[in-house]
Write a protein that binds this ligand. Structure first.
Ligand SMILES: *Cc1c(COP(=O)(O)O)cnc(C)c1O
Length: 427
């Protein structure tokens, strides 16, 4: 079973997206290109909705995973709220028509301007990560004659056992506040007249493959609820449990979403000591978008270098940064199923960018039939793919295509050279 195989599969020996041949899409938009399946985006969202239906809940999709306006609109239409980390993402959410009461704003470095726009938009809550940030938010809210709803972000000092770059719940990480910091802030609540401490939030990292660190974090969060309420003198309204559920890139065993929901239910549901009085927010990003997208690319050249060959693609690290940034693994398969068979060889899949880290996969054992002109699909590229892309080497970023109910929709055009120099002084 290939990652995302429910939606990306061979039919009549051609790779398809929900039955639509990729060859047809490539002819329409060219390569490289991102292709997403609407079905694949909605399926995990519905699984989470189903698992949490016994709880008052809000699923806030983490926009940074894939922020295309059409995708935000699709997910919001299916009931998802949004978790933002910047004013730019708020702008996208507003264009997509996401109502404020379904939005939370996370991140360690919100500017006063971003805070003001979010207050004006009427967002549900801010996840606040430091006392200085809280003072700033209080001042911004006071100036606007408003009250800001806040969930202090708790750093539970739990090892998420994931890549150090995407681990966020350790004391040594820049994220969140420690327990004593939270209690000390809330005990000074009179300094924050324009803040309501309505929630508490936690997010320990990304691409988690085991429930144990989440269970440990949730336990520490629940232990903080009553001490917090004792200090504020009013009940907490919600707990935001963050995102971080991992997906399959290779052959990992991933967390089952029903089990994840059961864990939440057992910590905060009707049978927990909170008796379901707290609203539950979660912020899944990768879980929803990761296996809903692929990056397709054409083989430009192949060249032999001693024992191994280089397959040079027309996609590069600027289009999909994860392998060069984290050394992360993405499965690469031919679009023509016939190119799976025959004599095998070891190759490195590389891009045209002038960096040796511009490599999508090394020592991959593939059929010798994959050669100049072949199309390949780089799988599991729906999350942190396009959103992390750049124009390095002055390469126009690829188009994005959404397959929705059998229709091929271009949801972002390939960038043009003119766009690349937009705003530059050319005279
Ligand atoms: C990035 C991020 C998420 C989403 O993480 P995934 O691993 O994509 O689910 C959720 N919450 C916060 C605060 C984040 O920074």
């Amino acid at each position: 079973m290939i990652p995302g195989g429910q939606n990306f599969f061979y039919k009549n020996s051609h790779l398809t997206v929900d039955g639509i041949p990729i060859l047809e899409i490539a002819e329409k938009v060219g390569t490289p290109a991102y292709i997403y399946s609407a079905n694949a985006l909605i399926t995990p969202l519905q699984e989470l909705q189903k698992g949490l239906r016994g709880l008052d809940h809000l699923i806030c999709y983490a926009v940074k995973a894939n922020s295309n306006v059409s995708i935000l609109r699709l997910l919001n239409g299916a009931g998802a709220g949004m978790d933002l980390v910047s004013g730019g993402e708020l702008y996208r959410a507003s264009i997509a028509g996401v109502p404020g009461h379904q939005i939370v704003f996370s991140g360690v470095g919100k500017t006063p301007g971003e805070m003001a726009s979010a207050l004006e938009y009427g967002i549900f809550s801010f996840n606040v990560e430091s006392i200085q940030e809280l003072h700033t938010l209080n001042a911004v809210a006071e100036q606007m004659g408003m009250t800001a709803s806040v969930a202090l972000r708790f750093n539970p000092d739990v090892d998420a056992k994931t890549h150090p770059y995407i681990s966020t719940g350790l004391k040594k990480n820049k994220f969140g506040l420690q327990k004593n910091e939270i209690l000390s802030i809330v005990s000074k609540r009179n300094d924050f007249k324009n803040i309501t401490f309505s929630g508490i939030s936690v997010h320990i990292g990304s691409q988690l493959l085991s429930l144990a660190p989440l269970a440990a974090a949730f336990k520490k969060v629940s232990a903080l609820v009553e001490p917090l309420e004792a200090l504020t003198g009013y009940p907490l309204k919600f707990v935001d449990l963050g995102g971080g559920i991992g997906i399959q890139y290779k052959n990992e065993k991933t967390i089952s979403l029903p089990q994840y929901c059961k864990l939440i239910e057992s910590c905060f549901g009707k049978k927990s000591r909170f008796k379901g009085r707290l609203k539950i927010l979660i912020e899944p990003g990768r879980t929803i978008a990761g296996n809903a997208g692929i990056l397709i690319s054409e083989v430009l050249y192949k060249k032999e270098r001693g024992k191994k060959s280089f397959v040079i693609l027309d996609a590069a690290m600027n289009d999909l940064a994860r392998p060069s940034l984290y050394g992360s693994f993405h499965e690469i398969i031919p679009v023509d199923q016939k190119e799976l068979s025959g004599t095998k060889e070891f190759v490195d899949f590389v891009g045209p960018v002038c960096e040796s880290s511009d490599c999508f996969g090394s020592e991959r054992k593939i059929s010798k039939k994959i050669n100049q002109g072949s199309l390949v699909a780089i799988l599991s590229a729906g999350a942190y793919g396009f959103t992390m892309s750049s124009q390095y080497n002055t390469r126009p970023r690829p188009p994005e295509v959404l397959i929705d109910h059998g229709v091929i929709k271009t949801i972002r055009d390939r960038e043009k050279y003119e766009t690349l120099i937009l705003g530059e002084a050319v005279e």
